[in-house]
Design a protein around this ligand. Structure first.
Ligand SMILES: NC(=O)C1=CN([C@@H]2O[C@H](COP(=O)(O)OP(=O)(O)OC[C@H]3O[C@@H](n4cnc5c(N)ncnc54)[C@H](OP(=O)(O)O)[C@@H]3O)[C@@H](O)[C@H]2O)C=CC1
Ligand SMILES: CC(C)=CCC[C@@H](C)[C@H]1CC=C2C3=C(CC[C@@]21C)[C@@]1(C)CC[C@H](O)C(C)(C)[C@@H]1CC3
Length: 436
């Protein structure tokens, strides 16, 4: 953490104090991530696509350079049909949130004493989308879905612009009277606050923009993109889909379905309770479908048959990861909702809040990250070892989770003081027992 220099009292109040500590190396770091993330996403396309010579070295850099120095660089990124398709998709996700029935669930109390109510129907939205996909497949076969593969970069542009528009809109709206700001996003520096998110929970009517965008448009499109990649492979191979493609699509669709089914669990994560909604989280709608699906896109032009032995081994890695991820998240969720069915041991802190010290949370301080990382590995293994690029997700995710663990550790240190040090002495490992 670095200190936010040059703070003034303008823009601060008792409820919305000025942010005095920077994360992500302050404004230069925030600017680097704002520019760097879209650059990386385009680079993962230009550096790993059949149009530009595949993914394994040598990439056809001459073709990439040719594209970048010609008119195609600008014109090729934008396509009105792709942007309209993207908008129609986003509109569908909003309308399905509005129209489909759902439970109403309360979030944790905010520091102004208010409690937000969320409509929980993300899983129903996903089922509706999958129902429409099944209907199209039934009537027209896989062909209509190949447009997602063909217009990949144009759809990426549309989604990136949507992320930017959402973040900018929320940043500007946060200056209205009465907005509750995020404690970490009110530094007074435009770049930093735009990136971290100035307002804690921006909403339009009863639609909470942060939880909506963290979960629905990005995750559902990720599943749809994966299905479209399998359809593209099927069209090219006379209806045949490789076992590697089946694995990637099933694993990732399962992960998405699990997240949407357990929608209410996200209301207690730090993104929802503490972070604002800025460009960082708005990028979720782009990163999830266009970066996390790289393996499926790669398998379209590098079809790989794994055979039963490798298929079974990779399946086992994913199942183990999923078991740890779900069991750990389940234990914490139960505990935070006042249940302790396994009679796990815990430490009572001075604040009255309790911390689990046995079960998964006694093995490491973020056992759920361990499960998530194992799954990430299982999603890359079906692509073989011809290119390191399909392992990008595992590497990016490790960096993201290690940084997240450090942020959470600092937040818990501030929340629990010396009790957190005591917890750390009981549970010394951060993510991977005996390693980290
Ligand atoms: N696919 C992706 O791109 C990403 C996935 N994720 C996943 O999201 C999920 C949620 O992650 P995240 O919100 O970062 O963190 P966690 O689910 O690990 O939650 C951290 C919080 O849990 C509470 N806690 C910590 N230790 C204990 C304990 N011993 N007993 C009880 N409560 C404890 C603390 O909050 P308090 O005490 O206030 O309750 C702490 O702030 C994870 O499964 C992660 O893998 C995350 C980022 C990206
Ligand atoms: C630096 C930068 C640009 C960061 C963007 C990070 C985001 C993409 C991730 C931050 C936390 C996330 C979570 C999920 C997806 C990725 C982002 C948005 C998540 C929705 C994936 C599905 C899981 O089951 C989850 C619900 C636990 C998870 C929540 C956190």
């Amino acid at each position: 953490m670095t200190s936010a220099e040059g703070k003034t009292t303008a823009g601060s109040s008792e409820l919305n104090p000025r942010t005095t500590q920077y994360e992500f190396l302050g404004p230069p770091g925030a600017l680097a991530i704002c520019i760097g993330t879209p650059v990386v996403m385009y680079a993962m396309y230009f550096g790993c696509s059949e149009e530009y010579g595949g993914c394994s070295p040598p990439v056809d850099w001459a073709a990439v350079a040719g594209a970048l120095t010609s008119w195609r660089w600008w014109r090729g990124l934008w396509d009105t049909q792709a942007a309209s398709l993207y908008l129609a998709y986003y509109g569908f996700v909003v309308v399905s949130w509005y129209l489909l029935p759902g439970k109403f669930v309360q979030g944790l109390p905010m520091r102004n004493g208010q409690v937000k109510t969320y409509k929980v129907n993300a899983f129903a939205s996903m089922l509706l989308l999958f129902g429409i996909v099944a209907g199209v497949l039934w009537r027209h076969g896989p062909q209509p879905f190949t447009i997602i593969y063909e217009k990949w970069v144009e759809l990426l542009t549309a989604s990136t612009l949507m992320s930017f528009a959402l973040a900018l809109g929320c940043y500007l709206a946060s200056f209205r009277d009465g907005a509750l700001l995020a404690l970490g996003g009110n530094s007074g520096n435009f770049i930093y606050d735009f990136f971290i998110g100035r307002e804690l929970n921006p909403s339009i009517g009863s639609l909470d923009l942060k939880s909506f965008n963290e979960l629905r448009p990005g995750l559902m499109l990720w599943a749809l993109v994966d299905i479209a990649m399998a359809c593209t492979q099927a069209v090219r191979r006379g209806g045949h889909i490789t076992d590697s493609m089946w694995l990637v699509v099933l694993f990732q669709c399962w992960y998405v379905a699990d997240a949407l089914y357990n929608e209410s669990a996200v209301f207690t994560t730090m993104d929802i309770t503490s972070d604002g909604f800025g460009f960082m989280l708005a990028l979720a709608i782009t990163i999830e479908p266009f970066l996390y699906s790289l393996q499926a896109r790669y398998l379209v032009f590098n079809p790989i048959e794994l055979g039963p032995v490798y298929t079974a081994m990779i399946l086992a890695v994913n199942l183990l990861g999923y078991y740890i991820f779900r069991a750990a998240n389940g234990e914490k969720n139960d505990f935070r909702n006042g249940r302790n069915p396994k009679n796990l041991q815990y430490l009572t802190t001075e604040s009255g809040r309790k911390l689990l010290t046995s079960g998964w949370w006694g093995r490491s301080r973020h056992p759920n990250y361990m499960g998530d990382l194992l799954m990430a590995l299982a999603w890359s293994l079906p692509t073989g070892f011809n290119t390191p690029l399909t392992y990008f997700y595992v590497i990016y995710f490790t960096i993201l989770l290690v940084h997240r663990q450090q942020r959470d550790d600092e937040a818990c240190r501030q929340k629990y003081g010396k009790d957190w040090e005591k917890y750390k002495s009981i549970v010394p490992w951060r993510i991977l027992p005996y390693l980290y």
